[in-house]
Design a binder for this molecule. Sequence first.
Ligand SMILES: C[S@@+](CC[C@H](N)C(=O)[O-])C[C@H]1O[C@@H](n2cnc3c(N)ncnc32)[C@H](O)[C@@H]1O
Length: 276
Amino acid sequence: MGRAYKLKGQKRKKREDKYDKGEELEELNEKKAKTEVLVADKEEEKLEPVIDEMPGIPMVEVTTNDNKPGVTFVIEKASLEIGKVGKSYQLLSSDEHASYLLKNKRNPADYRPDIAFQAIQTILDSRVNKSGRLKALYVRTQLGILFEIKPHARMPRTYKRFAGLMVQLLQKLHITASGKGEKLLRVIKNPVTKYLPINSRKIGFSHSSEKLVDMYDYVGTINSELDLVFVVGAMSHGKIEKEYVEDYISISEFPMSAAYCISIITTAVERKWRIL
Ligand SMILES: C[S@@+](CC[C@H](N)C(=O)[O-])C[C@H]1O[C@@H](n2cnc3c(N)ncnc32)[C@H](O)[C@@H]1O
């Protein structure tokens, strides 16, 4: 899956293995310090700098529905990594930084931040969120950095501005609401299980699962009092394998984008809870 990029005379590092073994950094500061930063050859690659300073992001008004069961999304293996390209830090992507990544012995096909961008947008745009039933949204990057996005954060709608925001988040560890002190995005300590509702059903999504279900029928069988936690991957290839997931399901015989998969999930929940 994805574009094939040739890496000259070097073995690809098995990055997935490293994280599958649960090797995570203990403290956020340590994490920040160890965030991989790639330094490009200044002469050979000069790209437009991303927006260095952003004053914060606005909030949207969403209905609160705290007394009813809700939905939590966990986006796993999101390809959100920054690197120093020329003089500025940028969100690395196969579209913009292919030659830079090859020079740094990385496979450009692994760098797909657009997948997480679309997934986040689909979750926040859903009626589940607008009705106040989205309780939380967590994103875990391929490097194991975990951050939370508040459901009422108004995320940038263009990729370029999203990329700028991610650079800011991964450097400063939080993004506040414009004009206010509330942290709408913030890097938090692993593991994500610390934040998941106790009385919840944790469902993972994978095309390779042998349990192929109709999503609407599936959510219909779950006790309506339970909170629902959905775990979806945002990587270009590979699958999510998380020990906290109770059930892995496939919801189509076809492999889908994370965003389309999320749209099927939210539509099924909206029908179950009669959210129009
Ligand atoms: C871009 S895909 C990842 C591609 C990966 N090769 C795969 O098929 O899982 C992003 C995510 O969407 C979800 N997904 C895609 N197709 C699915 C399907 N048919 N059933 C369930 N989840 C699916 C999975 O969570 C997957 O990690």
